[in-house]
Ligand binder design. Structure first.
Ligand code: ATP
Ligand code: MG
Length: 405
């Protein structure tokens, strides 16, 4: 059956380079799945019979640059029209030790063997252009499963999850992203193989969790992970099941906000353990922690309080208010005031004052501790009344404060 696939010309150029050199080459995996679903793929991967050096030669012969980005796994990146296309040699994964990476990879001349090592039937399809459209190579029934909305392992699910337990989370991620059901045997095997997730690197777990949080239905995903017995391997320090209610209504493009939403009922020490356990970047961990620190703030619609919040929470003040709103509190009046103050560029730190240390030195205030305490006193006054933030007013005030000390 031939099908239309909107494969960009820069990808077709890579296929052609490999075909011209006498190799088999196909687009494969997620891009075939997404094309058949009518959605735009994130990236286009190529699978080929060419060994890595042959891919390099074929690309060179067609005037395309290459990079050895993942040669250990048989991957060469080909630069085509300014975009990188990953070309991976047909391969069979070697034995898996401890549910993690394969011990070794072995190349194979067989496309079907390459497809057989892939995780789910919907991800195990390849496609190649023909004279009248695209031919889909689908030995495991991926198109049928796409049609009925099913995530099903290629081969024996217990064995496949045993090889790489991350696939358990990938399965949940694809199901919640696509709105698919997980086929029974695959779902039961998730339960049976869940313990393997203990040996998966926390970075890989975090990446899948972030993908799940960006899907349309993280609530279903959390409940499914709980039901199948592996939510505890994703969140060893917090049971977020009850907090999953309502998470779908929060913005899907803000996974960190969604994470904070899930952790809203979790005590600070467990929040801390969770973000460090997930090996989040300092900035991401800080954002989540700050959103949750804001839980303890008293909400009152006053401009002074709004400025104090901006001083303490900076850019996180507004998202933190949104989080409390998402949890059912009425924050609209205070949010309006905070937005207004942010827009006005209100003074909330010493650097925002209309005077600096040099100005104070001119009127005779000595540098060091004394100047620091005068600047802090000025800031406190300006926080109370932003209209005071003018150079002459502050110099007069500073002289007064210094004299009283
Ligand atoms: P996405 O749109 O999220 O990128 P994808 O299907 O392209 O989805 P990738 O992680 O980019 O997923 O992997 C590309 C392909 O490689 C998959 O479609 C699948 O065929 C295969 N694959 C990736 N990870 C695994 C894995 N852990 N086990 C088996 N096959 C995998
Ligand atoms: Mg991909």
């Amino acid at each position: 059956m031939s099908i239309r696939i909107l494969c960009p010309p820069y990808v077709q150029a890579v296929l052609k380079a490999l075909h011209d050199a006498g190799h088999e080459a196909y687009i494969v995996g997620g891009c075939v799945r997404d094309s058949l679903l009518g959605t735009v793929p994130k990236d286009w991967d190529v699978t080929t019979s060419a060994h890595p050096e042959q891919t390099e030669q074929a690309a060179l012969a067609s005037g395309l640059k290459t990079f050895r980005t993942g040669i250990k796994h048989g991957t060469i990146s080909v630069l085509s029209d300014g975009v990188t296309v990953e070309c991976t040699t047909f391969r069979i994964d070697g034995d898996y030790k401890d549910s993690r990476h394969p011990e070794s990879v072995k190349f194979t001349p067989s496309l079907v063997e390459d497809l057989a090592r892939r995780d789910f039937t919907v991800n195990a399809m390849a496609a190649v252009p023909t004279a009248d459209g695209w031919e889909i190579i689908d030995p495991f029934g991926g198109q049928a499963d796409l049609g009925s909305g099913i995530i099903r392992c290629v081969g024996n699910p217990i064995k496949r999850f045993g090889e790489d337990a991350l696939r358990i989370l990938r399965g949940v991620r694809f199901a919640s992203r696509l709105g698919f059901a997980i086929e029974d045997k695959t779902a039961n095997a998730m339960y049976a193989a869940a313990g393997g997730l203990k040996s998966i690197s926390r970075e890989r777990v975090r990446e899948e969790l972030m993908g799940i949080l960006q899907s349309p239905d993280p609530e279903w995903a959390i409940k499914t992970m709980k039901k199948r017995g592996f939510l505890k391997y994703v969140f060893p320090y917090a049971d977020v099941t009850a907090a999953a209610r309502g998470v779908n209504e929060t913005p899907a493009d803000q996974p960190l906000f969604r994470l904070a939403f899930l952790l809203y009922g979790t005590p600070d020490d467990a929040v801390q353990k969770t973000v460090s356990d997930l090996k989040m970047s300092g900035a991401d961990a800080g954002f989540v922690r700050t959103l949750l620190a804001f839980r303890a703030e008293t909400l009152e619609s006053s401009p002074l309080l709004a400025r104090k919040m901006i001083a303490k929470y900076g850019d996180v003040a507004l998202p933190a208010l949104s989080l409390r709103a998402a949890k059912g509190e009425d924050t609209s009046a205070l949010s309006d005031i905070v937005s207004e103050q942010l827009r006005a560029g209100v003074c909330v730190k010493i650097a925002d004052l209309a005077v600096n240390g040099a100005d104070l030195a001119v009127i005779g205030i000595p540098k060091g501790r004394e100047m620091g305490s005068v600047l802090n006193a000025l800031l406190a006054k300006v926080m109370e009344d932003p209209d005071l933030n003018q150079k002459d007013v502050l110099l007069a005030l500073a002289a007064e404060i210094y004299k009283e000390k």
